[in-house]
Design a protein around this ligand. Structure first.
Ligand SMILES: [Zn+2]
Ligand SMILES: [Zn+2]
Length: 242
């Protein structure tokens, strides 16, 4: 299983960067995990958008879904090359955000149930509810041999440790430096907290992502490495073997 980081920023992209988007490839299945601002153009470098096997959206905040608005046009114009609707796993709240996901039956929405695995080609994907300002699922994705864990957006909670338990690769949000948490930052992790979760869960590799463009990435990395020395910053357009 391989994962390509298409975008690593939230809640808005840094200059030349993109918001959350990760392309997973295993045995001919392609799953796009989140589809924020700037992700579609980067996805198209690797595959035609209509070749996606499934789309997983962790939650309905714009930095995770805004490029679905244009992905649906790409699917519409490619409808001669694809018969079936693209399956999308997404929490269905808040309802007023769902409108931008639907267009001429090119996408079919499925609501994840916590702990209930979904089969996508050779992959088994399991949603785990995490703690954010709206309903949000992190995902644990396995090809039978290796496991990728994705935190989605979350503040510190025990379910993140379970989600990441002994994962081969943990993509974990690290929005804040610690000082920002002390100043009242909410709904997200600091890089240090991401490192602590990775250490408690016993993950093999930690990639820090959902970086806030206002923070110094070197400082985020240094704070995570104090508690998880092998922590790395996710690098956009880099493909990782899980
Ligand atoms: Zn976000
Ligand atoms: Zn969010």
């Amino acid at each position: 299983m391989k994962v390509t980081v298409l975008g690593r920023y939230g809640p808005f992209p840094a200059a030349g960067g993109a918001c959350s988007g990760y392309l997973i490839n295993a045995s001919g299945s392609y799953v796009l995990l989140d589809c924020g601002a700037g992700v579609l153009s980067r996805l198209a470098v690797y595959i035609a958008p209509e070749s996606l096997s499934a789309l997983i959206l962790s939650h309905l905040h714009s930095d995770h879904i805004s490029d679905v608005s244009v992905l649906r046009y790409a699917l519409d114009l490619a409808s001669e090359r694809r018969d079936d609707a693209l399956p999308v796993w997404v929490p269905l709240e808040p309802k007023d955000q769902l409108g931008q996901l639907l267009y001429r039956d090119h996408l079919v929405l499925h609501e994840p149930l916590c702990g209930q695995a979904v089969k996508i080609g050779a992959l088994k994907a399991t949603p785990v509810a995490v703690k954010h300002s709206i309903p949000t699922f992190g995902w644990r994705i396995s090809d039978g041999a290796k496991t990728l864990a994705y935190s989605a957006d979350s503040e510190n909670c025990e379910s993140l440790v379970e989600l990441a338990r002994e994962a081969d690769l943990f993509l974990c949000e690290a929005t804040y430096i610690d000082e920002r948490l002390r100043q009242g930052g909410r709904n997200h992790l600091s890089a240090r907290q991401a490192g602590q979760i990775a250490a408690r869960a016993g993950v093999k590799r930690l990639l820090l992502t959902h970086l806030c463009p206002l923070e110094d990435p070197d400082l985020l990395l240094a704070e995570a490495q104090k508690v998880f020395p092998a922590a790395e910053l996710a690098v956009e357009r880099r493909t990782y073997e899980v």
